[in-house]
Design a protein around this ligand. Sequence first.
Ligand code: 9D3
Length: 229
Amino acid sequence: MRIDVLTLFPQVFDGFVASSIVGRAVASGLLTVACHDFREHAKNKHRSVDDRPFGGGPGMVLMCQPALDAFEALDADPDGKPLRILLTPQGERLDQRIVEELASVPRLALLCGHYEGFDERIRALSGAREISIGDYVLSGGESAAMVLIDAVTRLLPGALGDEQSARDDSFSDGLLEYPQYTRPREYRGLSVPEVLLSGDHGRIEQWRRSQARMRTSQRRPDLMEDGSH
Ligand code: 9D3
């Protein structure tokens, strides 16, 4: 998969793209991430990418021309046009279902605003899908883009080691994680549950499933399918 990021702060992606699962996917050639400063597409003498809102009011609005030219420049690439995404508080809230959809396309182009809104015509003319990562105020779309890239990368075949993907498969039936422990067996008076030391894999699996269900119904009843809580 190839992901192009259009941003005014391309440097904030450097460490992210080089590290952890995303870094490994990039290093192994599974994923390409190219970050572009879309100010490079600004045409007026001040190289402006934003301007004051018509009708007045606070803040600035991202102008059509640099944003749309930046999207369109990506279409020139021979290996297909990317699916366009605007990161905006007004978008549909990202969830694992949307992540799966996005992970299934060969190319994504992510446009990040900063502090400000998009001129409405960017929406109309780009045909982009609009995505938010949740109901809190960020300073810009960059951190949201990193969340999206992280979540998508994990679904690319081969991005996770065998161990991790196998574990995800066996227990992530939409439930929260069961409690986990490592050495030592006792720490500040708190002991590891006996069942985990028993070596009885059947009992361990049962215990983990019931813990995961209890934890999910207590903390995230919205995730329980059967509503039993
Ligand atoms: C004038 C500022 N705001 C009025 C409430 C609107 C606003 C625009 C842009 C507020 C924040 C931002 C910057 N946020 C994003 O670009 C953003 C975001 C977010 O803030 N929350 C969750 N998901 C996202 S995706 C992009």
